[in-house]
Design a protein around this ligand. Sequence first.
Ligand SMILES: *Cc1c(COP(=O)(O)O)cnc(C)c1O
Length: 831
Amino acid sequence: MSNTMEPHVSNDPNDLSENALLGNMLQGIRRHMQYSLGCDSQSANNEYNFRATAFSVRDRIMHNWLQTRQRMQSTPARHVHYLSLEFLMGRSLNNAVMNLGLEGDLRSALVNLGLDLEDIVEQEHDAGLGNGGLGRLAACFLDSCANLRLPVAGYGIRYEYGMFKQSIEKGRQIEAPDHWLRDGNLWEVERHEDTKHIQFYGRTERYVDEHGRPHSRWVETQDILAVPFDMPIPGHDNGTVNTLRLWKATATDEFDLGEFNAGDYTESVADKNTAEQISMVLYPNDASENGKELRLKQQYFLVSSSIQDVLKDWVGRNGADFTNFAAENCFQLNDTHPACAVPELMRLLMDQYLLGWDEAWKITSQCMAYTNHTLLPEALERWSVSMFDRLLPRLLEIVYEINERFLGEVAERFPGDSELIKRVSIVEEGHDPHLRMAYLAIVGSYSVNGVAQLHTDLLKQGLFSDFHKIWPSKINNKTNGVTQRRWLSHCNPGIRNLLNETIGTGWTDDLEQLSDLAPYADDENFLHRWKGVKQTNKERLATYVKANTGISIDSSFMIDVQVKRIHEYKRQLMNILHVIHLYDRILRGDTEGMVPRCVLLGGKAAPGYHIAKLIIRFANSVFQVINDDPRSKDHLRCVFFPDYRVSAMEMICPGTELSEQISTAGKEASGTGNMKFMMNGALTIGTLDGANIEIREKAGAENFFLFGLNAPEVAETRRQYDPNAIIAADSDLQRIMELIEGGRFNQNHPGVFGELVAGMRNPNDQWLTIADLRSFIDAQQRVNEAYKDSVQWNRMSVLNTANSGWFSSDRTIQQYADEIWQTQALPRNQG
Ligand SMILES: *Cc1c(COP(=O)(O)O)cnc(C)c1O
């Protein structure tokens, strides 16, 4: 279909071509306004305008969606099922319009209606079904899979409530539920016919079949239903539309007849509630385990419904012959959250399709692949055996047998090493035994990957070293990436147009082509235009900040940004200490040569994470004092941006000049925010952690502001760390601490920040904030000096963008496809 011409509209009633059925964009919007929404043009508000527009864009996805599904069925290629408890999708309309190349058509249709595309797009609620990096990675991966025409489907949960909405009241985080489905989700299509039964509780029993063979079954269970809702994932200008299938939990219609007849009609209908709880809410914990029974239910719910779905499709096409199942299917586990996939596939193959253990294990262990996302011990999932047994008794039997057989093999290969056996056991023994889900995932998978080179090296040397010894080729690296379609092309139209004009449009699907930009870093005229675009983006961000916080920022200031989940290891606290240092200089009149700066901080704290919430309160208190002090006015402005989310990042990263990536080395597995900023021409101030290392390698050390201890030095420093001595020996640090401890930022609330101070001063402070502070302040001073030379700064900015090609999720996904999934692109859609 041509995107530049309005489709020909036919009056022939027998013309069933797509164009004849759809009409043009304007007709589509009018038709949906009237027939789908029942709304006349007088009462159409922005909400209706958005819905009618989105419906008529969706119409243009449907044909290719059907075609892609058919091609997937008919083409021999290994199918990948990406299992994730989180998909942080953000908005869909803008993304679909861009990928389908509809922007021109749509704009002219909207002009006809007196409407503006930007206003319409703003109406859409973010689909916030994720916490942060892990969920956004899954979303970027789906985009890249569709772009590369790979046979990959996402599987997740259709949470009724996504990530909570954050507001700030009296400096504190307030959480409000995000009922994103309240007005309906017009991208989804319910597929009732693919509903699955999910079992919980009950007990297991053994029986012998008619051939005298023993089997197990899971009986007296409490069942619920999983109903799938499909979301389209359009590729960029390639006729491909992949699928994200999200499961909603509902009650079975099989009422408890006993209760029913006893007159407890309402009670038995009310059971519906208990069932629907499972897909009610996303757990808002990032990088920490949840430990709650409902969370385990969610995990099993996702895994069981998705695997049943895949098996039903397989059996529909191949019968119960599983010989080629592993060669033609792969499950990618996004962290250990879906690790129950290992015993669940075993269960279904053995109990439902009656395969023997060896055959089932051969299949399972050849089609599972696991991605690790963290080294933080508090984030490693462990489930209490007693809870697991109550909820999923049949799965526990299988996990025990997997473990027994695995430990038997280890004992054979490493005779006499009983410590090794204890260390690698899936079951952590003790008075309250637990299952180590990471170990279950490793034992059950043929591939285990880390998400940046450093992270993968640390997995091999540390957390998973025993497994690395047992299976030396299982652990591999796949450095994360982000999709340049959303994170550059869509969110930064100024740079997009400048790039297209300068190096052509090829970078949109092949980001390495950005290297063609490098020679322009020495072109004065180009640098001038680059700076102009950045200035426009800063002004746009300033307007957005004003609208969301009421705070005015001067767009001539350097824009210094740290946005990400609030976590101690990410060290927002260190950033605030630097802000206090600048304020201290202002108070002392030491502002000679100080570049005016706007520091923008944003991110959500898990509602139960006390220290993270206190850091938010601290930031807001410090920022308030500084902004209220007239002496700061020309030098420093501070903003805490509320409700950081995907659509906010789309505004923030194009306007950012300095990207703060300052985690304690060895703690941030990869980071992806760092990549979005680099792509958009921000310079990074960062530690040698996660993907920062690769960012610095690609950008060139001279175009990166490095500071702080590296991972081995962090380990070494922890052995004898004396933060109080470091503070005492450094007058800048002393004054920072005096301002805080003297109550400057909490005059009406004595002592509220005591815990933060005590944490930093504690020799056992895990995050080594004080150890890196001097080095951080010095690096910030180098930033300050570099910023004064505007030409040089812009040159470095261009080189960051030019060298960001490696950080496309297209590259990451091509590596998954080649090295883990062993799958190929499907042919292009013909019609
Ligand atoms: C990219 C992104 C993240 C991840 O940021 P990090 O800095 O890598 O932690 C989190 N949340 C949102 C909304 C994002 O867009």
